[in-house]
Design a binder for this molecule. Sequence first.
Ligand code: PSV
Ligand code: MN
Ligand code: MN
Length: 393
Amino acid sequence: MVSLSNLTPEAHRLLSTQTIELASWAFGNAGTRFKVYSTPGTPRDPYEKIADAAQVNAFTGITPRVSLHIPWDEVDDYGKLAQFARDNGVVLGNINSNVFQDDDYKFGSLTNSDPAIRAKAIDAHKHCIDIMGATGSDTLKIWLGDGTNYPGQDSISGRQDRLADSLAQIYAYLADDQQLLLEYKFFEPAFYHTDVPDWGTALLQVLSLGERATVCLDTGHHAPGTNVEFIVVQLLRAGRLGAFDFNSRFYADDDLMVGAADPFQLFRILNEIVSLDALDTEKSGVNFMLDQCHQLEDKIPGEIRSALNVQEATAKALLVDRDALARAQADHDVLGANTVLMDAYSTDVRPLLRELREEKGLDPDPYGAFLRSGYLEKVAAERVGGQQAGWGA
Ligand code: PSV
Ligand code: MN
Ligand code: MN
């Protein structure tokens, strides 16, 4: 049985200090365009979303930050919200801009050919940056729904020019210790072309902005069959992998729990992260985040399960015998090299992780401990009329 002693001291340190950022919207009700289901005790406001996110951290010990989405999480006093988060043992993380749910943005936001609408979209981002000042968040995360549905509908190149100019204005508004993440997605809501569809476009745009602009890789935002770990390597080599939005997909942007659809892909991604020494966020600048919706399952247990899935894949990646792998690769020993990886992937790391949690004074079974805590029953009784995440209205 594998134990903590099977890890090198550095691997032990990396696993023990790993953090994953949660998204506030994971705690709201979610669904599809067909139906949004509710779960009892769903948060009614950003404070309750943060309180729920804090539960995930209290039991897993690895999710100390919560991202907000503006205007989904708009409040009067962001200093108060940040203090509330701290009082609950977490801090506010990225601020996500939302310029995809306003009629004005029907034909684009940062790419819109109407100067007034484009200015409104730029101002929405400046508003997010002002909020970052109040919450102490250092990262603005931008995902755009911009694109077209029909060939000829608009000039693809004109839209790229306007996008570049808008991003430059937003970047210039950031303080020196703040940064920008640009997230790509290959389609949806636009069906013909999307203005930031892939890592190449995102990389070109951030490269022209400056050093504090990087790319966010959402695992669900690729065509089926895409080799996502290859993209991870490309962005790391360029020094522009800023963050992950982790989730699972069977078909499109399903936003299911990370590690549910393809745990092997999650392992392959973390294997590249570990092999390129990018697991330590302080050093690499790579932020590991969840971007998921829990439609059928309870949200807090769903987030706990997801954080544990990332932790398990990380432990497996840290168990890869790097020397043996390097030797097999140098010898062109195809099956030998593959065996080294598969040995690590096939290892049951759960006993090791239980040990790690005990070492930190946590319950070794975060999922069971949370269910036994009575929190779900308590909020179900207290909260009536929970909010939806913003999607699937
Ligand atoms: C878009 O599909 C996305 O992945 C972006 O990160 C959004 O901000 C997020 O989903 C909202 O759920
Ligand atoms: Mn995302
Ligand atoms: Mn998405």
